[in-house]
Design a protein around this ligand. Structure first.
Ligand code: FAD
Length: 274
């Protein structure tokens, strides 16, 4: 081969889809389900970092559709149980999410790409203070990150600010409560509901004023080590702008956008309930 120019530079092979069996389907909001896949004999699915996602492929109404879904359980739990779990919220008019939310049953075999993504918790030695700002189904990677962060150091703390339309549409709401109970006060949660008034719960749409009021409650934002923003584009942009205006440097701000295929019409898909 010496002296012969390579026509194509060597590249890593495309990752392959693997058939995974669904072993669990649970409702996690009125429009969302958690789907568990058996990965007990699939080390490449267990070797992931909190915050990563898998890509699912399915034939739906004669069309091959692929979409990404973040793993909402921390790697330690997946390793213990041999199951990775994703949660999908049905998007009106969507191809895959309504199908996942209403058609998928235990025993179904789906094509799945191994976990990937850069919205991940780093390994750090000391205690950290994390804040997650989340809209709707954006809770999925942030819940895995929160759980892993609280495991990482027993003095680490997490504040979660969760924006949803109503209590019933709050994705993984019970699982957030479970994590709160298990971590004895190190996880604090502030809800914002946009379509239901509940005593003691902040009401409103997510706009910069509400974000500012809620984030002010978090306390000294300079004491926050990592910000985790996930959800609709508008929410992420508003929070990021507010943080940058408050002097937070970019390295402390992590974000994951769920809509990668062009702008979403906010009249059809209100940002706080996806
Ligand atoms: C890295 C990554 C991780 C993700 N993780 C999750 C997750 O954990 N849980 C989850 O429910 N979703 C997640 N998503 C979104 C998911 O991949 C799909 O985009 C979503 O389920 C819609 O797919 P669909 O086939 O139903 O809709 P499509 O057929 O792709 O879209 C139909 C219509 O819905 C609009 N639309 C698409 N996505 C959204 C959305 N998220 N909100 C509002 N409107 C939308 C489109 O603009 C279009 O008008 C993630 C996306 C990315 C990029």
């Amino acid at each position: 081969m010496d002296g012969v120019p390579l026509l194509r530079s060597p590249s890593t092979p495309h990752p392959a889809f693997h058939p995974l069996t669904v072993v669990e389907v649970d409702p996690v909001a009125e429009h969302a389900v958690s789907i568990g896949f058996d990965v007990s004999s699939m080390p490449m699915f267990l070797d992931y970092r909190a915050g990563q996602y898998v890509t699912l492929r399915a034939l739906i109404n004669g069309e091959s559709v692929r979409q990404s879904y973040s793993i909402w359980v921390p790697p330690s739990r997946a390793a213990r149980e041999g199951v990775i779990r994703v949660a999908a919220a049905a998007v009106q008019g969507g191809r895959m999410s309504p199908w996942l939310a209403s058609e998928v049953t235990i025993g179904e075999v789906m094509a799945v790409l191994p976990p990937r993504g850069d919205f991940v918790l780093d390994e750090v030695a000391g205690p950290r203070h994390h804040v997650g700002v989340v809209g709707g189904s954006g809770i999925t990677p942030v819940l895995a990150i929160a759980a892993a962060a609280l495991e990482q150091h027993d003095e680490s703390t997490v504040d979660l600010i969760l924006a949803n339309r109503t209590r019933e549409s709050t994705v993984l709401g019970s699982e957030v409560v479970d994590l709160q109970r298990a971590t004895e006060g190190r996880l604090r949660v502030e809800h914002i509901l946009s379509r239901e008034r509940v005593h003691g719960v902040r009401y409103g749409r997510i706009d910069p004023l509400v974000i500012r009021a809620v984030l002010d409650d978090v306390g000294d934002i300079d004491a926050v080590d990592d910000w985790w923003l996930c959800g609709p584009e508008g929410l992420i942009a508003d929070v990021e702008k507010w943080l940058q205006g408050s002097g937070t440097s970019a390295e402390h701000i992590h974000r994951e956008r769920f809509t990668s295929t062009g702008p979403v019409d906010p009249r059809k898909n209100p940002p706080s309930g996806t």
